[in-house]
Write a protein that binds this ligand. Structure first.
Ligand code: ZN
Length: 431
């Protein structure tokens, strides 16, 4: 909590440590408020954080010195005295590359502090088991022009990657991505080498990132209890409990797609029978839709979208059938987690208008009345970009948590090999 009640117990040394901790905490509170909430006056910042005006002035001074915020004169106030200056983040003060790798597409974006998107690019990729090296090469080829077009004086701080798989965030190791056919890939290392960045590349499960993005910037920003359910080839789920991501002991929590929904159902690619995604995933949709089942990929989903929009009965029935199973599983999650909101992303966002009635009916039939009463089901506020937004926030999170660390970061702009000579600017020295 922000405030001035941080009382360092103990001797002079621990008091110094406590004061450092307090300052770092307060810097993070102010920068986070500006990053997520947008421009605000100094006086509003003081009232919103509970910090007094002189502390705010001091913290803003440090953030200005770090190049992370900028100030403009405030508008004339109605009351007496000078208007309070308006503070806002300086996007180029901390810039990241966000990447989303899915079975069907690669998306990259350059994003600055405050969520400022400099550039964004999404390309479809053939649904084949491309090797990790090929995929990393494709990502780098897409990213290089975006990185080269960033403002000259930006400060690059890292790369965040969302992937449909089981990952270890600390070093970007990908244990398993069944839909890509990958196992035990040092994805973060491969991408860092290809992009020639010295910063670690953070890699996380794309549904976990989608959940964080919706929590921070999506359908209901700041909501404390949120479940993100994304239909891709499988079902990805990310859970926010009391404002914090639920990751589990080793970071693998939230694999709701592989919870049992139909004991008399089909074999799942995980080896079990009747997993949720066997009844509500993309394969189930194509199965129910009939003749499309031999083909896969985005073009098939485009066709289904068009048929649904045209009111074709068989397609609407197929969508309603997976909607019913989707709703039953969501009812289970509502009973488990008592969320404020269940956000539907990916396939479910795309087909939401046609799914909504059956999902709500299925969920209502399964959820306990008390939990159902406080839960809302809503389509993603960020659409297809939710995991990409989450990846950018992941890459910015270290700077937000410890703004002064940017001065200690050896900043080197990644460039394409042919541009490696003649840096537009040298790594920023510590100050
Ligand atoms: Zn399964």
């Amino acid at each position: 909590m922000p405030g001035n009640d941080f009382d360092g117990h103990g001797g002079p040394r621990s008091k110094g440590v406590a004061a450092d901790e307090l300052r770092r905490h307060n810097l993070a509170v102010v920068l986070s408020r500006l990053h997520l909430g947008g421009p605000v006056s100094r006086s509003e910042l003081a009232s919103g954080t509970g910090l007094n005006r002189s502390t705010i002035a001091d913290l803003i001074g440090e953030l200005l010195g770090l190049g992370l915020v900028e100030e403009r004169p405030g508008l004339a106030a109605s009351g007496p005295g000078r208007p309070s200056p308006i503070v806002r983040t300086r996007p180029e003060g901390a810039v990241v590359l966000a990447v989303e790798l899915t079975v069907d597409s690669i998306a990259v974006a350059t994003v600055g502090l405050g969520g400022h998107v400099y550039n964004r690019l999404r390309v479809e990729r053939p649904r084949e088991h491309l090797s990790p090296e090929e995929a990393v090469g494709d990502i780098a080829n897409l990213a290089r022009p975006l990185l080269a077009s960033l403002p000259t004086h930006h400060t690059f701080v890292g790369v965040g990657v969302g992937v449909a798989g089981v990952t270890r965030r600390s070093d970007g190791f990908l244990h398993l991505a069944p839909n890509l056919g990958w196992r035990d890939i040092p994805l973060g290392e491969l991408l860092a080498a290809e992009l020639k960045v010295e910063h670690p590349v953070s890699v996380a499960n794309e549904a976990d990132l989608g959940a964080l993005a919706e929590h921070w910037r999506g359908v209901r920003p700041g909501v404390r209890n949120l479940i993100y359910v994304s239909g891709e080839v499988g079902i990805g789920t990310g859970v926010i409990v009391d404002g914090e991501p639920m990751l589990g002991s080793a970071g693998y929590a939230g694999e709701a797609g592989h919870t049992l929904i139909n004991p008399a159902g089909r074999a799942c690619r995980c080896g079990a029978i009747g997993c949720w995604e066997t009844e509500a995933g993309e394969a189930a949709l194509l199965r129910h839709a009939g003749s499309l089942s031999s083909a896969t990929g985005l073009s098939v989903l485009d066709t289904l979208s068009k048929r649904a929009a045209a009111g074709q009965g068989a397609t609407l029935t197929a969508i309603a059938e997976i909607g019913r199973w989707l709703g039953l599983g969501i009812g289970n999650l509502i009973n488990l987690f008592n969320p404020d909101v269940v956000v539907l992303g990916g396939l479910y966002h795309r087909f939401y208008p046609f799914l909504e009635a059956s999902v709500v009916q299925g969920a209502r039939s399964q959820a306990l009345a008390a939990s159902w009463a406080s839960a809302t089901i809503a389509p993603s506020g960020l659409g297809a970009d939710a995991p990409l937004v989450g990846a950018s926030e992941l890459a910015l999170s270290d700077i937000i948590a410890d703004p002064a660390s940017i001065a200690r970061t050896a900043v080197r702009k990644p460039v394409s090999p042919r541009r490696r000579r003649g840096w537009p600017h040298e790594p920023r020295s510590s100050h």
